[in-house]
Ligand binder design. Structure first.
Ligand code: MG
Length: 332
């Protein structure tokens, strides 16, 4: 017997279902995997697909894992199974480090991040104005606001009001989730440029995914005409897409969700070779994937790193955020 592979599915219910491009997201489903070698050493990993964001489905991942027959035979995992590549890649890395997990090796406890390192989330619409001061009181210094939900005139007006209420050291990310037209993206970028030209006001860090995922060339053109940074998110769900955008000359920001990007080793190698501008983000993983994703972010980031998009604790009705990976495994 080589390395034993065990798989445990999980389901978690969001406190409040999330609005996504594919409707309401009520349950987060995924798989925990555990590899165990002859000497009893173990490595945990998490496969947390988001198929509507570009990864495989949970069923694809489960089919691949079940086909291994309870044993890991060092098979290559195809690129279309990017979340599976991440989960098994992390479990293998933990095993290879002789039971020393990635974050221990880094000497950075993965969840030692304070809110000052994490991006705080604001709800879409005018409610953001009420919630911003709460997020600041919680220690966040970077805030993210979803746009493209209400008519653009009102949203840009709320943005100006929001910026007026924020201290000047606060950074704001605007996320359009690919929902703007070119004309709307230009209105937003012009408004952001005006705000960023005012040194005593809070800064717009970037406009995230203004246009649909395949409109890279149009976003490159916008990037040349406006000073506010543009970040790709939906366009680069997987590392293969990120590599392709890099090869096509995108030098703006990339948002990376390590849990669905693919092999963590390959992501780290890409970062060390090219030093792209990256913002790391959660895929609503459990503690297993979260610790591994934050460790990857620590490996890939250069100081000063932008705030981590991991302000997602407390989004589920269960108490799993308080567990260690081994405790969570035993619970399932
Ligand atoms: Mg986004």
């Amino acid at each position: 017997m080589g390395i034993e592979l065990a798989v445990r599915p999980y389901q978690r219910r969001f406190v409040t279902p999330l609005h996504t491009a594919h409707g309401l997201w009520t349950w987060r489903e995924g798989l925990l995997v555990r590899l165990r070698d002859n000497s009893g050493r173990v490595g945990y990993g998490e496969i947390a697909p988001i198929p509507w964001f570009g990864s495989e489905t949970l069923e694809d991942a489960l089919t691949f894992c079940n086909a291994q027959g309870g044993e890991w035979r060092a098979e290559t995992i195809p690129d279309r199974l990017s979340a599976t590549q991440f989960g098994l890649g992390c479990a293998l890395a933990e095993l290879a480090e002789e039971g020393c997990s990635v974050e221990q090796e880094l000497a950075i406890p993965a969840d030692s991040f304070a809110n000052g390192d994490l991006c705080g989330l604001l709800p879409a619409g005018e409610t953001a104005l009420d919630l911003a001061s709460q997020r600041l009181a919680q220690g966040h210094r970077t805030l993210k606001w979803k746009i493209g939900v209400h008519p653009i005139g009102g949203e840009i007006r709320w943005l100006k009001q929001l910026v007026e209420t924020l201290p000047s050291n606060i950074r704001l990310r605007l996320d359009a989730n690919g929902g703007l037209s070119i004309d709307q993206a230009e209105q937003w970028l012009a408004a952001c440029d005006r705000i960023n030209a005012t040194p005593q006001s809070a800064a717009i860090e970037h406009l995230e995914q203004p246009l649909p995922p395949d409109q890279i060339e149009a976003m490159k053109a916008l990037g040349r005409r406006y000073r506010t940074a543009i970040a790709l998110d939906e366009s680069v769900a997987t590392l293969a897409q990120l590599e392709a955008c890099w090869a096509e000359g995108w030098r703006g920001v990339f948002v990376v969700k390590p849990a669905i990007a693919g092999s963590p080793q390959r992501l780290q190698a890409f970062c060390h070779t090219h030093c792209p501008q990256l913002v790391f983000s959660s895929a609503f993983e459990t503690v297993v994937g979260r610790q591994a994703a934050l460790a990857v972010a620590s490996h890939c980031s250069s100081a000063p790193a932008p705030a981590l998009g991991f302000g997602t604790q407390g989004y589920f009705v269960d108490d799993w955020d308080t567990f260690t990976p081994a405790e969570l495994w035993d619970q399932l």
